[in-house]
Design a protein around this ligand. Structure first.
Ligand SMILES: Cc1cc2nc3c(=O)[nH]c(=O)nc-3n(C[C@H](O)[C@H](O)[C@H](O)COP(=O)(O)O)c2cc1C
Length: 213
């Protein structure tokens, strides 16, 4: 399938068939897509929680807004959290990971390759609201990659902004881990009667949203 066919055929599924699971292979691929997603200065300030057991779904349920209850028939959900505090140890560990992965082979400058990132990180961490926004932006990129990946794998999806994320944080104890949940995605296969599958896509015309200068 070419990329435009994928973008045209993916859609927000409203009704899932609970009897159709997501294959382990497809799930593993989607999780790897999340892990490989790009982020500013390779910060990767996220965590992805896979909610698939009946117990985990039941825990999530009280935080689901009424209009999304129907989506909870999906077999799998991925909950995205971002870090609220990274700290020097995080950035040092990231540098070590990149070094171990061979990113700095041939580096000759006496300055560490992450010197500028360290300075930027310090500034960012001084403003928790700014850090939260920055980290959320990175996680949303991963979310976008996932929506496309799911379609290539024949998996239907629904981005779920309609959760009470303060409640999600309380239920799963994310605050104590210096994390905040920001969004989730339902993954599965559409029910036969999912009316949204038949609706044509609607977007602004290109002239309205694209300007070539
Ligand atoms: C950040 C974000 C939050 C969303 N939250 C919900 C949601 O809580 N429930 C839902 O059914 N759809 C949700 N959507 C789906 C959008 O309504 C949908 O993507 C949009 O109407 C375009 O339709 P399409 O995805 O079918 O092309 C969300 C989408 C985004 C990007």
């Amino acid at each position: 399938m070419d990329i435009l066919s994928i973008m045209r055929s993916r859609y927000t599924t409203k009704h899932y068939d609970p009897s159709k699971p997501v294959s382990e292979e497809a799930l593993q691929t989607m999780l790897e897509v999340l892990r490989l997603s790009p982020s500013s200065v390779n910060s990767q300030p996220w965590h992805f929680y896979v909610i698939e057991s009946a117990e985990a779904k039941a825990k999530l349920m009280p935080a689901v807004k009424d209009f999304n209850i129907e989506r909870m028939k999906a077999p799998v959900f991925i909950l995205f959290t971002v870090s609220t505090k990274l700290g020097p140890q995080y950035w040092e560990a990231l540098y070590q990971q990149e070094d171990a992965d061979g990113r700095f082979a041939g580096w000759t400058s006496p300055e560490r390759p992450d010197a500028i990132r360290m300075m930027a990180a310090e500034r960012l961490e001084a403003d928790p609201a700014e850090l939260f926004l920055y980290n959320s932006n990175q996680a949303y990129l991963a979310l976008g990659c996932l929506t496309v990946a799911a379609e290539t794998l024949g998996v239907d999806s629904t981005i779920l902004g309609g959760l009470d994320f303060d409640q999600v944080d309380e239920i799963f104890g994310f605050g104590a881990k210096n994390e905040r949940s920001i969004v989730a995605i339902a993954l599965g296969h559409r029910a036969k009667d999912d009316a949204n599958a038949q609706r044509p896509k609607s977007r602004w015309p290109a002239e309205r949203v694209i300007t070539r200068l």
